[in-house]
Structures are given as C-alpha cells and as structure tokens.
Design a protein around this ligand. Sequence first.
Ligand code: SF4
Length: 73
Amino acid sequence: MANVQVRCSVNNCHYWTQDNYCKANQILVTSDSSGGHAGNSYDAPSVPNDLTTPVQMSMETCCQTFVSKNSRS
Ligand code: SF4
C-alpha cells in the first residue's frame, strides 16, 4: 500500500497539524455527491472495498474523515 503524505488546509480539523499536514492514519476521500448524503460514520474504516464513486473534476471530491477540533466524537 502506498505511503502518502497528505497536505491539507482545513485547520479546524482534529487531524490537522502545523504547516498543513494531516496526521490521520488513513482518510476517506470520496465524491461530494456520495459523502454529502452520508452520516459522520461514513469514513475510511467502514467503507466497503468495492465502493466506487467516480467524478470528473477535483472540485467534486471531499475528505470524509474531517472531525471538528471542537467535536466530542
Ligand atoms: S482528516 Fe481530512 S480534513 Fe482533516 S486534516 Fe486530514 S485531510 Fe484535512
């Protein structure tokens, strides 16, 4: 499996660290149309291996692993 370093500018996320690095062990990137309708439990550990959500442009994708720094979950 690839070892990818994720850069992210969403600095109110629990996993965000200084200089725009993500410290999560794994993240789920999915299509806006798929993630937008899913609940907060829709994340990397629970996604089916055969799920596919094709898009046409990068602006149609999102990180589903986001957790607000102020969240208790
Ligand atoms: S989990 Fe997603 S939103 Fe949060 S820091 Fe990592 S890439 Fe950014």
